[in-house]
Design a protein around this ligand. Sequence first.
Ligand SMILES: NCC(=O)N[C@@H](CCC(N)=O)C(=O)O
Length: 717
Amino acid sequence: MPDSKMDETKKKKKKTAECCGYPISIFFIVVNEFCERFSYYGMRAVLVLYFRYFLLWDDDLATSIYHAFVALCYLTPILGAIIADSWLGKFKTIIYLSIVYAVGQVVMAVSTIHDITDANRDGTPDNFTLHIALSMLGLVLIALGTGGIKPCVAAFGGDQFQEHQSRQLNTFFSVFYLCINAGSLLSTLITPVLRAQECGIHTQQQCYPLAFGVPAALMVVSLVVFIAGSGMYTKTAPEGNIMGSVCKCIWFALNNRFRHRSDIYPKREHWMDWAEEKYDKLLIAQIKMVLKVLFLYIPLPMFWTLFDQKGSRWTLQATTMTGDFGGFVLQPDQMQTVNPILILTLVPIMDRIIFPLIKKCGLNFSPLKRMTVGMLFAATAFIAAALVQMEIDKTLPNFPSSSESQLKVVNMHSESLIVTVPSQEPLLIGSFESSPDYITFDQQDIRLAFNTTPEINKDLSLIKGSRQTLIIPSEPAEMYLKEDIKSKPKEGKNAVRFVNGWTAYLNITNLESSLQPSETSNYTLVSQGMRKFTLTDGIQSCEFSRKFGFGSSYTFLIPSDLFSTDCESIKEIEDMQPNSVHMALQIPQYFLITTGEVMFSVTGLQFSYSQAPKNMKSVLQAGWLCTNAVGNIIVLIVAELGKLPKQWAEYVLFASLLVAVSIIFSIMAYFYTYIDPAEIEAEILKQQETDPDKKKKKETLEMEEKENEQEIKQTKI
Ligand SMILES: NCC(=O)N[C@@H](CCC(N)=O)C(=O)O
């Protein structure tokens, strides 16, 4: 940094107002981070649902676009860091990119207003292309904004501290992390509730505009708060195209090393020293510092690969469990809020009790050791997840493999039937009853015999890998096959369907269309809790209520005396029993992964700041965030490549991989020497001052500058 600029920074640092030893400007930065994370996580909480139920994309497309968006959010920090360190400085970069971010959130919120294209006012948008285009534009702007400012805000916060505040600087990163999680916790709780409201101009629909609008408003608040602190910040000026100089310097060093590869040339201590002919010693030393840290980052994405599966695999696992906590019911995706809740409790406990205690015991729990232990905690979390999965597997139905078919028989006939099934004892099925469970066949083509008069022989061609039900209506000769669900219903919901044994058509609430006599409806998904169905044939009606758990499937048989019994004679066939393993069993794995996160992520944030040269603080923060992007990409690849046949085995595989990676990381960390970049930089500057050659060059430069100034003054006169 030119001396004049350095003095400017120092002057500004002296003016910084303090409160309890902390610079006051920090207050604006942490509030800004809280609002920004509220905005980001709030929008993310409803994004997949918006894709799925507003844009009507299928599950695969919705999840792929979602993960691609998250990966982009962790790749754009590089761009933000380059802009900040080389061109605009952190302060201006945060302001400009926050504006881009807020515009993105507003565009996204506008894209969710169905009324803007709903000309025929039927409640669904008429021009999906416009909604998709607007939402994609919004998401790109958001990714640019959130990712761009992310490395700058943390580093800018660090810049506010002076040398005597190193203890407070360490605490700052913990408080910063607390604000991130407080913001994410609140928004993840609030935005789904906002989405569930109904709103609209012409028709009332799920209120996506509100669910996306509130995060947009929070982003504007975040920007206003940041600008409000403007007069109090320590603003370090950018130093020109630093990234350009770094790339050119590395390129020159590599080329120069290659040109002097012969043994006749004396070796140099480091390959970057081959840039000494052309580049400043200070720049070379700074690049060495950054490269050393970036090298250390290579194994880190594996931590995020495991960590980010909280939102996917672990949530799926929760859908196969029950969330009834007595006083309240937790939905599977709400289980994720356990992470920020634990962060809010664990960060202070670690900072105030655990780490000081370890220090008191005389143990050197250095940042890199903490990160290694953090990784091991995450691996243990996956072992805990595997154990829970084994418990769940014991309660899961025996679904058919890809070479098997399964069949159930439902008898809607007024008399009991004896069914002869290949390689089975004959089955006696009472009227309005079903065979006890699904029968599994290795072959696709089977022949069933029924003891009706005359006897019926039925040839069936079953579907491999599927579950089907053979419905025998009041006229057994008209029997037909209906395909059943072959996995647990999504999101912990319950799949229900009705077979109409009433003599006329029936309308049933929640079903897509009316049911003809003897017809079986498609499945409809209902959430946990008390659910009511009204059945009517246009003349008479009755109500049928039932309490549902999580993840069950039922076929309800409607008898011919439906209305005379006021719906009470409806018979229930349990096709899939409700989940029985409790979601509370996931708490240990959440506890372990969050403990790992506190040790790994908070420390990593702090480490990336402390080990970076002053002009590359944002760049190293971006490198750190990039490890998260790579971790997410690994999740995407693994999901695409397919899973192991058993989910618990996949968890154990991930845990073993992370243990292996943490061993490699601990070896790398062993050889890492912690540095004080400011000290090294000052030392090199001092050496350059005393270096006669450099001194001469500097004096000439100063004389030239003075001459230039005089010339400018004279031309003005
Ligand atoms: N508990 C999640 C969390 O705190 N995430 C942080 C850090 C993510 C990272 N370092 O990659 C966030 O900023 O969202």
